[in-house]
Design a protein around this ligand. Structure first.
Ligand code: ZN
Length: 398
């Protein structure tokens, strides 16, 4: 009898095999939610139909997935599509940006059950005060949590550089946070347990919402808000960089003789194209006012828009040259301005990106989704239920 035959070792192997197979099946359903049947999963993963069916039954029983309406394929048994199940596993997603704190209760299926927003000047608060306010908002969303549902965790989208291993903020110049950990101030409890907490850059969290609706896509997400951030996703995987700090397109210098940036440098992209910079230059107090001015052909607004497009052409064009990515998804206020930004920006990029005349440049705004960074953070918060479903079937994560 070899060591591999001993009941203890083979038992452990079977258990870890089940854990890993459950995760594979769950991941496949998440990537093709509502589109894949048991037969499709079996074909994609190379598992037998009976193994897939057993794992799928476990996931259904654990309320992580559900079966849809059967539809005939012309021959054989009708296919029953499998989807992530709503209503049973949730995450709290939050967003800390320059002018607001927000929290959203996000379902495993991506829907938002409740959300809360505080509009305020976050840079006037210290980190402890901001985290306490985020907790208050999070607590309020929890009143919508169904009684029999599980809260998996909480996650914050933060407008700054985040140490992803520790969830600590390295440098968030627009929030005034540096080398500090939001977790140190996080005390939210639910059902007698501390709710787990971590965080990541807000553009990264925003990209997660796109990855959920377009699995496997390669794109550059560009977000305009109080600052400017980007995230790169290659074939369904975030390219986070050596430290997790990639995507700081907002701090690419586009004007060496420009104005000081809050990061300490001069003439960064976001000194020209952040929302506050745009409003100051155009002398409008709200984005709505600026858009109305564009609609009425106001000269100053058109001038500011041209300057914005010119600066974006330099900063975004540099990122596209370096990263070789042709699909750009606009988020934040850039999405609101897409009807005016799109054509001149694509024209700029065709001139600035060295392969701009050889390959198509696809710039599109993301569909409107209120609190998109918080929703992305919520998807990350509930993510363990997709990554390690076995832990949620066995009750350890209740
Ligand atoms: Zn800067």
């Amino acid at each position: 009898m070899t060591e591999g035959d001993s009941p203890a070792v083979s038992g452990m192997t079977q258990s870890s095999m089940r854990t890993s197979n459950l995760a594979l099946v769950m991941r496949t359903i998440a990537d093709h939610s509502g589109r894949f049947s048991r037969a499709d999963i079996s074909h994609q993963l190379g598992m037998t139909r009976s193994t897939v069916s057993r794992l799928v039954d476990e996931l259904i029983e654990g309320r992580l997935i559900s079966e849809g309406e059967a539809h005939g394929t012309g021959r054989g048994r009708p296919a029953v599509p499998l989807s992530l199940r709503g209503g049973s596993h949730f995450g709290i997603g939050m967003h800390a940006s320059v002018d607001r704190l927000a929290a959203a209760l996000v379902d495993l299926d991506g829907s938002v059950l409740a959300s809360e927003v505080s509009a305020l000047d976050v840079s006037s608060l210290d980190m402890r005060e901001s985290v306490e306010e985020l907790q208050r908002l999070a607590q309020r969303t929890l009143s919508a949590l169904p009684g029999d549902a599980r809260l998996v965790g909480a996650f914050a989208a933060i407008a700054g550089l985040v140490d992803l291993k520790r969830g600590c903020v390295v440098f968030a110049p627009n929030l005034g946070w540096e080398n500090a950990c939001p977790r140190d101030h996080w005390t939210l409890h639910h059902n007698g347990r501390t709710v787990s907490f971590s965080g990541a850059n807000d553009a990264t969290c925003t990209a997660v919402t796109v990855m959920r609706s377009n699995p496997g896509e390669t794109f550059l997400l560009l977000r305009g808000d109080g600052g400017v951030g980007a995230a790169l996703c290659r074939e369904g995987n975030l390219a986070l960089g050596e430290h997790g700090w990639s995507g700081e397109v907002g701090h690419v210098c586009v004007d060496p003789r420009g104005v000081p940036c809050r990061c300490g440098s001069i003439g960064c992209l976001e000194t020209i194209v952040s929302l506050p910079a745009l409003l100051t230059a155009s002398r409008h107090s709200t984005l709505g006012g600026f858009i109305r001015a564009l609609e009425h052909g106001e000269e100053r607004a058109e001038l500011v828009l041209r300057r914005t497009v010119g600066a974006l052409g330099i900063g975004l064009g540099a990122a596209m040259n370096v990263w070789d990515v042709s699909v750009v998804r606009l988020s934040g206020y850039f999405a609101d301005l897409a009807p005016w930004l799109h054509d001149p920006l694509v024209h700029q990029l065709r001139g600035r990106v060295v392969w701009g005349r050889q390959a198509e440049i696809d710039v599109q705004p993301l569909p409107v989704m209120p609190l998109r960074p918080a929703v992305g953070a919520g998807l990350i918060a509930v993510g363990p239920a997709v990554k390690d479903p076995a832990a949620f079937l066995n009750g350890q994560a209740a």
